[in-house]
Design a protein around this ligand. Structure first.
Ligand code: MG
Ligand code: MG
Length: 247
C-alpha cells in the first residue's frame, strides 16, 4: 500500500511520539526500576501528546509497552514484580496512533554494566536493523531487508528468530506484507515510494528457536540465552528510506 504525503505526515507524527516514549523510558532504566514503572512513563507520554496506544488491548494485551528482559525475545507484560537488576538487558517495544495512523518501534538497553556478550548482541542487532533499513529503496525487493539483517547477525555468530517478523504499517499496526528478518527463498514485492514498513530484527545469542510462556504472551529463547530486539517504522521515499520513529 502506498501512502499519500498527507498520510505520511501523520505517520511521521506518530513515529515521533514513539521516539519520545523511547527517550523517556530509557531515562528511567536502572537497577530497582520495575517494568510496570516503564509502562507508566510510556502512558504519560501518550497522554501528553494526545496519542492512542496500539498495544493496549491488542488481542487483550494489558499495557502500552512490551518489556522483555534477557532471554525474553518479545511480548513481555509489564509487572510490578519484574525488578531490573544490574547486568540485565531489557527490550522495550511500543507504539502510538495519531489521527488513525500508527508508529511502532523497539530498542534494547543494558541495565548498568552488562556482559561483553550482551553488549555485542545489542550492537549487532541494532546494526542489523540499519542494514535492513538501507535496503528500503524504490525498485528494490522487500526480502533484501531480511537478507541484509541475517547477514549481519549470522556473521557475528548470532541467529535470527523466524517465528516473528516485521510488517507493513499504516492505518493498522500490522499490515501486509510481512518483513522477514532472513532470506525466505524469494525476492518478495517490489518497493515503491510511499510504502511504510516496521523492520524489527530479533537476534539471539544462541539458537533461533523460541518458546511461548504460559501467560500466552511472553516469548523466550528455547536455549535460555540472551535475545535483543530493535525496530523502526520507515517509509520508502524518493530520497531513500526515511525513519519515522526518531526525534
Ligand atoms: Mg514493535
Ligand atoms: Mg512491529
Amino acid at each position: 500500500m502506498r501512502r499519500t504525503s498527507d498520510e505520511l505526515a501523520k505517520m511521521r507524527r506518530a513515529g515521533r511520539v514513539v521516539a519520545e516514549i523511547h527517550e523517556a523510558t530509557r531515562a528511567i532504566i536502572r537497577p530497582g526500576v520495575t517494568t510496570e514503572d516503564i509502562d507508566r512513563v510510556a502512558r504519560g507520554v501518550l497522554e501528553r501528546r494526545d496519542a492512542k496506544s496500539n498495544f493496549l488491548n491488542y488481542h487483550g494485551f494489558p499495557a502500552v509497552v512490551c518489556t522483555s528482559p534477557n532471554s525474553m525475545i518479545v511480548h513481555g507484560i509489564p509487572s510490578p514484580e519484574v525488578v531490573l537488576v544490574e547486568g540485565d538487558i531489557i527490550s522495550i517495544d511500543c507504539g502510538a496512533i495519531i489521527e488513525g495512523y500508527h508508529g511502532d518501534a523497539a530498542y534494547t538497553v543494558g541495565v548498568g554494566e552488562v556482559s561483553a556478550e550482551a553488549s555485542r548482541l545489542m550492537e549487532v542487532t541494532e546494526r542489523s536493523l540499519f542494514a535492513g533499513i538501507d535496503q528500503l529503496t524504490e525498485g528494490n525487493r522487500l526480502h533484501e531487508v531480511g537478507r541484509a539483517v541475517q547477514r549481519v547477525a549470522e556473521t557475528a555468530g548470532f541467529s535470527v528468530v523466524r517465528e516473528y517478523v516485521g510488517h507493513g504499517i499504516g492505518t493498522a499496526m500490522h499490515e501486509d506484507p510481512q518483513v522477514p528478518n532472513y532470506w525466505p527463498g524469494s525476492p518478495g514485492p517490489m518497493l515503491k515510494t510511499g510504502m511504510v514498513f516496521a523492520v524489527e530484527p530479533m537476534v539471539n545469542a544462541g539458537g533461533p528457536e523460541t518458546e511461548q510462556l504460559e501467560d500466552g504472551w511472553s516469548v523466550v529463547t528455547a536455549d535460555g540465552r540472551l535475545s535483543a530486539h530493535f525496530e523502526h517504522t520507515i517509509a520508502v521515499t524518493d530520497n531513500g528510506p526515511e525513519v519515522f520513529t526518531v526525534l
